[in-house]
Design a protein around this ligand. Structure first.
Ligand SMILES: [Zn+2]
Length: 272
């Protein structure tokens, strides 16, 4: 519960005054030595705040984010040898020293506990929440089965519990809606979870892509200062991502971009 207190005390660069909502009761754990992660102040009417990009001025920063998708019913496919993980992508990010945010499903962490722990304990990365089993938080979201409103908070907390169980330290209080689908009801349902919803402003288009160059081009064409780029850490569904990253990273660095985690963009003050 120390983390809950820390979170409640956390002021964000965007918040003119401390968030007034109660501390989340099941917040991600953090040791007292770890600074509280930056979060956004509650949105209009006290709803869960939504972040989609950082400042457009004041420097060229960009956050690459990787969704580690896995649905509850994909366990048998994983058991049959399908790879929902992507160790080579993680190795490349390490080799290129790219700070990144991994939005992990609880189900992925359970399927790949060693990798989840390794990512979660590497200061190059931060682990954030992508739901427990990648069910949708709205009724109509790319055909995904939906979580009912009264189960939304529990789903998010179940993912945090999965992270803690496999040894991920200090998962971030950031939540990415499966499919990016949300509405007012979902933002309201997640208020007690104490998360900041994190969307993106650049779609990598790597899901089911077969052309790494096309993915790289789409990212390079879309990135602006403060951008949040969504890509995937799921080899079976996004097999070209690692190759695309090897093109994207040196090119953006050549353009003067610095890679940061989502927390740094949020701390920098959100949008302008
Ligand atoms: Zn996803």
């Amino acid at each position: 519960m120390a983390a809950a207190c820390l979170l409640a005390a956390a002021l964000t660069a965007c918040a003119p005054s401390p968030p007034s909502r109660e501390a989340p009761r099941s917040a991600p754990s953090a040791s007292p030595a770890v600074p509280s992660p930056p979060t956004l102040a509650p949105g209009p009417a006290g709803l869960t705040p939504v972040f989609d990009h950082g400042p457009r001025t004041g420097g060229r920063t960009v956050a690459l984010t990787f969704d580690a998708d896995m649905t509850a019913d994909q366990g048998p496919r994983a058991a049959a040898g399908e790879h929902f993980d992507h160790p080579r992508l993680i190795a490349t990010l390490r080799a290129l020293k790219v700070p990144s945010t991994v939005f992990m499903t609880g189900r992925w962490a359970e399927e790949y506990p060693d990798q989840a722990r390794s990512i979660g304990r590497d200061p190059l990365f931060e682990v954030a929440n992508h739901s427990y089993s990648h069910y949708a938080f709205t009724g109509d979201c790319y055909g995904l089965p939906a979580v009912s409103g009264d189960r939304m908070r529990a789903d998010v907390e179940r993912a945090y519990a999965a992270f803690r169980k496999v040894g991920v330290r200090d998962p971030m209080p950031y939540f990415r809606f499966p499919g990016g689908c949300y509405d007012r009801q979902a933002l309201k349902a997640l208020v007690p979870a104490g998360v900041t919803a994190v969307q993106w402003d650049v779609v990598g288009g790597d899901a089911f892509a077969t052309d790494a160059d096309a993915v790289a081009r789409q990212v390079l064409d879309g990135v602006r200062p403060g951008s949040v780029v969504v890509l995937h850490c799921t080899r079976s569904a996004a097999p070209t991502t690692e190759r695309a990253v090897r093109r994207i990273v040196p090119e953006l660095r050549r353009q003067g971009y610095r890679f940061v985690k989502v927390s740094e963009l949020i701390a920098a003050g959100g949008r302008d």
